[in-house]
Design a protein around this ligand. Structure first.
Ligand code: C2O
Ligand code: CU
Length: 542
């Protein structure tokens, strides 16, 4: 196992896209930021020096960080922000992840510009469960905002209205054709005829699920969230913010230019960025570049069937080399209703629906981020930071897909966490609701990957829904789409003691409080199940 060292300098940097120049917060002046490249089981030390104007933290999305929540990153959950002028060194401990993950800032909306890929190669002496590709390419989907993202979320919070939508999507930092002022700078991915490439696609976007495809080329998806799946050959994929996919691409078409594109998937009555982003797949050789290269035909923005047809095909590889370990008996079951809500504004009227403020909740509780991080509060037994009483079912029962009453429209506010015994087999059923605006929710859990054992539309049914569970080869992931007006069930073993954030990876929902925390208690044995003492100097809460 190897140890790697990276240096991240956070600083304001000028970027021009869509003919608009702005200063934005970056790592090392790059957008997307640098790729972290390791082998399975390695450790990376990342020294983060903040030369910017405000405090920020970094999270290693999908890295389980065994017994190491101290370096997980979410602001005021496991640490306080690294203040301007200060340093903090994260210890990123890789265990069984293999494939592609990513890192991003975890403070307000700073992740819009502070993110990058994590590439985890097989251990020395082992290889991919497919023929070794000729070369690899990281493709990062993101959103570009002409304005300052921190101002944008502050304005939205102040008015209680929907935050502004992005002005463009981007592939590797470039909106590309057909966006304003973007044709010349469209990202190019050079390939050679007959070769096979491994694309490591990261969805780092803020608020929109997306379809992704390459004109005239098949995609073969081989991994999701750094776990191998049974290969799926398709002409498009659907990805939610937070997800990563490893995709084999064979350059088997006439040498020419072909567009790579991503378009939004939004089947909900919400404002969204309706633009497309593209890059160019550019074959080597002597030919006249086409004046209008073929553009992939991706599903329509509301095409739920297309999205479901793709996601329903995903199965874990579940081979001898890459076995799965899904719990069949459950110790702890948690039922979580997932809603977008409204909160009354105290005095004047707000900019949200009915003059209210938009909010979001899990089990009718809109998460309040504390001012001292929950991990320190837990470790030091501080009171008044959080309560250990997150309900394991909704406070109010209702028909999740039907009309709802006021008691579910207006959540309470709190910092309520779930305490789980070390080693427990945990099942969480997420139930989408029809409160305010029904839509998909990509739920993400820190500290674990989990098995998506089932999903369906309508109300979860205690008798019939579990009969549909896949306990043979369910995908092992860190982010799942809870379908609009539907449910999703995940399972995992709580073998990682510590404080772990769980939230919707649509940033506007997370900002509104669609989040909670799971604390896995210490187990009996010091070297495997007990949270070690904090040796590094975590940033101090001011
Ligand atoms: Cu991708 Cu809580 O994060
Ligand atoms: Cu959501």
């Amino acid at each position: 196992k190897n140890v790697h060292h990276y240096s991240f300098v956070l600083k304001e940097t000028n970027f021009t896209r869509l003919c608009t120049t702005k200063s934005m917060f970056t790592v090392n002046g790059q957008w997307p930021g640098p790729t972290i490249s390791v082998r399975k089981g390695d450790t990376a030390f990342v020294n983060v020096h903040n030369d910017g104007n405000y405090g920020v933290t970094i999270h290693w999305h999908g890295v389980k960080q065994p017994r190491n929540p101290w370096s997980d990153g979410p602001e005021n959950i496991t640490q306080c922000p690294i203040q301007p002028g200060k340093n903090f060194t994260y210890e990123v401990i890789f265990s069984d992840e293999e494939g592609t993950l990513w890192w991003h800032a975890h403070s307000d909306w700073s992740r819009a510009t502070i993110h990058g890929a994590i590439v985890i190669l097989p251990e020395n002496g082992t290889s991919y469960p497919f023929a070794t590709p000729y070369a690899e390419e990281v493709l990062i989907l993101a959103e570009w905002f002409n304005g300052d993202v921190m101002e944008l979320i502050e304005n939205a919070t102040a008015t209680g209205a929907d935050p502004q939508i992005s002005d463009a999507y981007a592939i590797n930092g470039q909106p590309g054709f057909p966006n304003n002022c973007s044709n010349e700078t469209t990202y190019r991915f050079p390939v050679q005829y007959g070769k096979t490439y491994l694309l490591r696609v990261v969805h780092a976007g803020m608020n929109e699920e997306m379809f992704f495809g390459i004109a005239k080329h098949n995609l073969t998806v081989v991994a999701q969230d750094a776990a191998y799946i049974k290969p799926i050959t398709t002409d498009y994929v659907m990805m939610t913010p937070g997800q990563t996919m490893d995709i084999l691409l064979t350059a088997d078409q006439d040498p020419s230019y072909y567009y790579i594109a991503a378009t939004p998937f939004v089947d909900a009555d919400v404002p969204y960025d309706s633009t497309n982003t593209s890059a160019i797949l550019q074959y080597a050789g002597n030919y006249t570049p086409p004046s209008s290269p073929p553009y992939p035909s991706l599903p329509n923005v509301t095409d739920r069937d297309a999205a479901d047809n793709f996601t329903s095909r995903i199965r874990a590889l579940a081979s001898n080399e890459h076995p799965i370990n899904v719990p069949t008996e459950i110790d702890t079951q948690i039922f979580i209703a997932v809603s977008v809500n409204e909160i009354f504004c105290p005095n004047e009227s707000c900019g949200g629906p009915n003059g209210n403020r938009l909010a979001a909740s899990l089990n009718n509780i809109s998460f309040l981020t504390p001012t001292i991080d929950i991990l320190q509060a837990y470790y030091r037994n501080l009171t008044n930071v959080f309560t250990k009483d997150f309900p394991n079912e909704p406070l109010y029962a209702f028909n999740y897909t039907g009309d709802v009453g006021n008691n579910t429209l207006y959540p309470s506010l709190g910092t309520n966490v779930t305490m789980i015994d070390y080693g427990a087999a945990v099942e969480i059923v997420f139930q989408g609701t029809n409160v305010q605006t029904p839509e998909n929710h990509p739920m993400h859990l820190h500290g674990f990957s989990f098995y998506l054992v089932g999903t369906g539309y309508g109300n979860f049914n205690e008798t019939t829904s579990p009969q549909t569970y896949n306990l043979v080869d369910p995908p092992e992931v860190n982010t799942i789409g809870v379908p609009k007006n539907g449910w999703a069930t995940i399972r995992f073993i709580a073998n990682n003691p510590g404080v772990w954030f769980m939230h919707c990876h649509l940033e506007r929902h997370a900002s509104w409080g669609m989040a909670t925390v799971i604390i896995v208690k210490n187990g009996p044995t010091n070297d495997t199940s007990v949270l070690p003492i904090l040796s590094e100097n975590l940033p101090i809460c001011s």
